[in-house]
Each structure stands twice: as structure tokens, then as C-alpha cells.
Design a protein. Sequence first.
Length: 63
Amino acid sequence: IQLPAAPFWGGQAAYETVLGATNRIILASLAAYLVSQSFDVWVFSRLKRRFAGATCGCATTFP
């Protein structure tokens, strides 16, 4: 987007609209990833504490 467009091309505004939001999309994706990972760790730590000693039958079947 930093380089000037060819003089005959009329789609520069649409191009900038679509690709101009890239930084916001990357930042939002990173934030969503961090939130989901934190939630995942929280849920599984709660499950581990709740079922501390219980084992699944398939966990010992497949090494």
C-alpha cells in the first residue's frame, strides 16, 4: 500500500480498504488466541482438580 498505484488502475481505494485492516485483524486474532488459551488452561486445570485420581479406561489401553 506504500507504493503508488499504476495510473491506469482505478481500484486503489478498494485495495487500501481491504488490506488496510490487516494490522487490526492480526491484533484481534492474537488477542482471541490469548483469551482462548487462558480459558482453556483454566477449564482443564479445574477439571484436573475435580477428577484428581480418576482415570479413563482408554488412557491405559493406548500407550
